[in-house]
Write a protein that binds this ligand. Structure first.
Ligand SMILES: [Zn+2]
Length: 318
C-alpha cells in the first residue's frame, strides 16, 4: 500500500505518494487559482494524485489513505476547513468533497499541527511521545504532540501557542490582540526589534549593516557574531523572548523535545544553544527536573508534505 500527502499553501498545492516508512516515491505541485471553491480544489487534488500514481506506474487503488494539511482552523473530526485567510475558504467540507472523487479515507488537519506529527514519525523528534514544534516565521506556529497524538482542541482551534500572552498591553499582534508571543518571537518581530536598536545606535555596526543589507533577520545575527554590542543586545533580547514563551509551553506538558523550525533555525547551534540554555534556566524546577532538549526541526521544506503523510498514516491506523 502507498499513502498520499497533500500540503495546501496559499500559492500552490504540493502532493506526494510515499511508502509507509515515509519514502517519497513521487512529488510535485500545482498552482492554485484565487477564489477556488472547495469542490474545485478537491477535484484538482484528486486528479493530480491520480496523475502522480500513473507517473510511477501504480494503480490509484493502491493508495490506502490521503492526508491533507492546510493553514487556518481545521476541524479534523468533521473534515472541515473552518477558516483560512491564506486560501480564502470558510466552512469548507474538504473531506466530503474529496469523497466525490476518491474512495479511500481522507484526513485533514492544520498544517502546523500536522508538521509536528511528521517530525515525530519521520523527523528530528522521531519516536518521541511528547513533542513541541515551534515555527518562527512571519508568525509563530506551534504544533503539540502529547502522548503520541496531536492536540487540536475543540473545533480544531487549539494549539495556537503564538497567541498566548507574553506581555499585558504589549506589542500589537496580527490577530488583533496585544502582547502575543508571536509579536515578540516571530521573524517579523525580530526585524522590528533590529530596526529600533539600529535607529537608537546609528554608529553601531548593526546600524551600518541594517542600512546596507536590511531588512533581513540575518543582519542582527551577523552583527552579534562580529561582536557588535548593539547586535549582541538584539539577539540576547530576542533569544529571551523566544525562550520565555517556550518555557511557558514546556511547563504545561513537558515534551521530550522542542523543535525549532522556520528561517531563523538556519542560524543552527549558535541560536538553538542560546535558546536551550535560557529556556532550561526558566523551567519549573530548573536544575532538579531533567532538562528539555531543544533541536532544529528536521524536515525543512518538506515539513508540510511529511506532516500530511503522517496524517494519512495515523488516521488509517486509528
Ligand atoms: Zn495574537
Amino acid at each position: 500500500m502507498i499513502y498520499a500527502g497533500v500540503d495546501v499553501g496559499g500559492m500552490s498545492i504540493k502532493c506526494c505518494l510515499a511508502t509507509k516508512e515515509g519514502e517519497i516515491l513521487v512529488k510535485d505541485s500545482f498552482k492554485t487559482k484565487e477564489g477556488i471553491t472547495c469542490v474545485e480544489m478537491a477535484e484538482q487534488i484528486s486528479s493530480f494524485l491520480k496523475e502522480l500514481a500513473a507517473r510511477i506506474g501504480v494503480s490509484f487503488d493502491e493508495v490506502a489513505s490521503i492526508g491533507i494539511g492546510t493553514p487556518g482552523t481545521v476541524d479534523g473530526k468533521k473534515g472541515v476547513i473552518v477558516y483560512s485567510n491564506n486560501i480564502k475558504l470558510e466552512r469548507a467540507p474538504i473531506v466530503a468533497d474529496m469523497k466525490k472523487f476518491v474512495s479511500c479515507p481522507v484526513f485533514v488537519e492544520n498544517d502546523a499541527n500536522a508538521a509536528a506529527l511528521g517530525e515525530v514519525l519521520f523527523g528530528a523528534a522521531k519516536g518521541a511521545e511528547n513533542a513541541l514544534l515551534i515555527t518562527l516565521g512571519t508568525g509563530v506556529g506551534t504544533g503539540i504532540i502529547a502522548n503520541g497524538k496531536m492536540i487540536t482542541g475543540k473545533g480544531g482551534a487549539g494549539a495556537e501557542g503564538g497567541h498566548m500572552r507574553l506581555k499585558l498591553g504589549g506589542e500589537p499582534c496580527s490577530c488583533g490582540n496585544k502582547g502575543c508571543y508571536e509579536a515578540y518571537a516571530s521573524a517579523t518581530a525580530l526585524l522590528r526589534q533590529t530596526a529600533r536598536v539600529a535607529a537608537r545606535r546609528p554608529d553601531s555596526l548593526l546600524a551600518k549593516m541594517w542600512q546596507e543589507k536590511g531588512p533581513s533577520g540575518i543582519v542582527p545575527f551577523d552583527a552579534a557574531k562580529a561582536g557588535d554590542k548593539a547586535g549582541v543586545k538584539v539577539i540576547r533580547d530576542y533569544v529571551n523572548y523566544v525562550a520565555q514563551g517556550l518555557a511557558s509551553l514546556v511547563n504545561v506538558f513537558r515534551p521530550d523535545v522542542v523543535l525549532i523550525g522556520g528561517g531563523i533555525s538556519n542560524q543552527g547551534d549558535y541560536f538553538i544553544k542560546k535558546v536551550s540554555r535560557r529556556m532550561n534556566a526558566l523551567l519549573y524546577g530548573a536544575g532538579v527536573n531533567p532538562r528539555t532538549k531543544v533541536k532544529a526541526a528536521g524536515l525543512l521544506n518538506d515539513a508540510g508534505l511529511y506532516g500530511a503523510l503522517a496524517l494519512a498514516l495515523q488516521g488509517e491506523r486509528a
